[in-house]
Design a protein around this ligand. Structure first.
Ligand SMILES: Cc1cc2nc3c(=O)[nH]c(=O)nc-3n(C[C@H](O)[C@H](O)[C@H](O)COP(=O)(O)OP(=O)(O)OC[C@H]3O[C@@H](n4cnc5c(N)ncnc54)[C@H](O)[C@@H]3O)c2cc1C
Length: 342
């Protein structure tokens, strides 16, 4: 059966431009369509899909859209109805969508309504002839490749796995798809978010800065310097916009009654029992680089580390560059140079 591909996208918080994760899936859709010589369609879920579609000017795809204020906020009932309508209208055999919380919430339900199958957390779609979708299990240690004959087959792609599609902005014809909206029982009355700058986990940051337990350990003067460590780390984050990760030892210390960095939680923990973030670069500081930690760095291609220990895991082939140095001194100098930058 010849394949046809629908890329399901949604707008960002403006309601009128596509989220970056959606543009990444457009790239994946284009690659797959070219390889299979299959028609490509792009479905847009947005308040204003005509504005959102302007970033798809050279996508060379049929564009379908649902529109209206109902799609400003993510509601299961309205989003699922919209995705179902877009899928039915496109009639595609393969549906690609971003693994965002908005899509992840409704995609399985939509697959069920369509009588199809779904696989999530996909990181690549390959295959010489057919479609082989890969994802990782067991904290990114086992890679599985899925092949399915059920159609439609919905695949949610992990954010950061493909480059975002880029195009000059221009008008694109958007075919309007009507959606029969179900009754909405909930209303969004506002959002509560941490104060600007207080959020240290920044998935879109270009750099991951990892703090290890060394920051709160006794230093050569026999004293701990947790307050100074906190200032250096927060100063660096504020100047660079980097995302803050931590080793398990450091975030566990609160429970052990040792000095803590108050802005760190277990949400910052990177590794086997923590997260596996995606950033182009990473800098580990005061961290030993043990395997259960470094396994969380699988998707960090460029790695540097600052450690006093010339025998640490980073020095044993886990980082590209290791500075055997005192991170207090190095980061103080780095912050000074960043402050001097115009
Ligand atoms: C089942 C299991 C799951 C685990 N999961 C995770 C996980 O998800 N994530 C994780 O991180 N760990 C995990 N661990 C723990 C992991 O094995 C390590 O114990 C932990 O990563 C060590 O943290 P650390 O390197 O910060 O601390 P340490 O091992 O204490 O290392 C501190 C480092 O700081 C250096 N240092 C001290 N002062 C300075 C200074 N001034 N300048 C520069 N360097 C300095 C020291 O030389 C040392 O190398 C797991 C362990 C197990 C058994």
């Amino acid at each position: 059966m010849p394949e046809s591909i629908l890329v399901l996208t949604h707008a960002d918080e403006t309601g009128s431009s596509l989220a970056r994760s959606s543009l990444e899936v457009v790239t994946a859709g284009k690659e797959l369509a070219a390889r299979l010589n299959a028609p490509l369609m792009i479905g847009i879920l947005a308040v204003d899909p005509i504005s959102a579609a302007r970033s798809l000017a050279i996508a060379d795809a049929r564009v379908l859209g649902v529109s209206g204020d109902a799609f400003m906020q993510a509601h299961y009932a309205t989003d699922a109805a919209a995705c179902e309508a877009l899928c039915r209208s496109a009639g595609a055999t393969i549906v690609l969508a971003p693994q965002t919380s908005r899509m992840a919430r409704v995609a399985a339900g939509v697959a069920h309504r369509l009588g199809g199958s779904i696989d999530t957390h996909i990181t690549s779609i390959k295959g010489d002839e057919g479609i082989e979708a890969s994802r990782w299990f067991y904290r990114q240690r086992i890679e599985a490749v899925a092949i399915r004959s059920t159609r439609p087959w919905l695949l949610l792609l992990e954010c950061g796995a493909y480059p975002a599609f880029e195009s000059e902005a221009a008008d694109v014809i958007v075919e309007h798809v009507a959606v029969e909206l179900p009754a909405i029982r909930t209303a969004v009355t506002g959002t509560c978010a941490p104060a600007h700058g207080a959020q240290t986990i920044r998935p879109d940051a270009k750099m991951l800065f990892v703090a290890g337990a060394g920051w709160t350990k006794k230093q050569p003067d026999g004293q701990t310097h947790a307050a100074e460590a906190g200032d250096l780390i927060l100063g660096f984050l504020q100047k660079t916009g980097a995302s803050l990760g931590s080793s398990k030892s450091l975030v566990d210390q609160g429970g052990d009654g040792q000095p803590v960095l108050p802005f760190l939680t277990h949400m910052n923990q990177v590794g086997q029992t923590g997260s596996t973030p995606r950033h182009p670069k990473g800098l580990a500081t005061c961290c030993h680089g043990e395997e259960p930690h470094v396994v969380g760095w699988r998707f960090i291609p460029e790695r540097r580390a600052i450690s006093l220990d010339p025998n640490c895991g980073w020095a044993r082939g886990k980082a590209d560059v290791v500075y055997i140095a005192d991170a207090f001194k190095v980061m103080a100098k780095v912050n000074e140079l960043l402050s001097a930058k115009p």
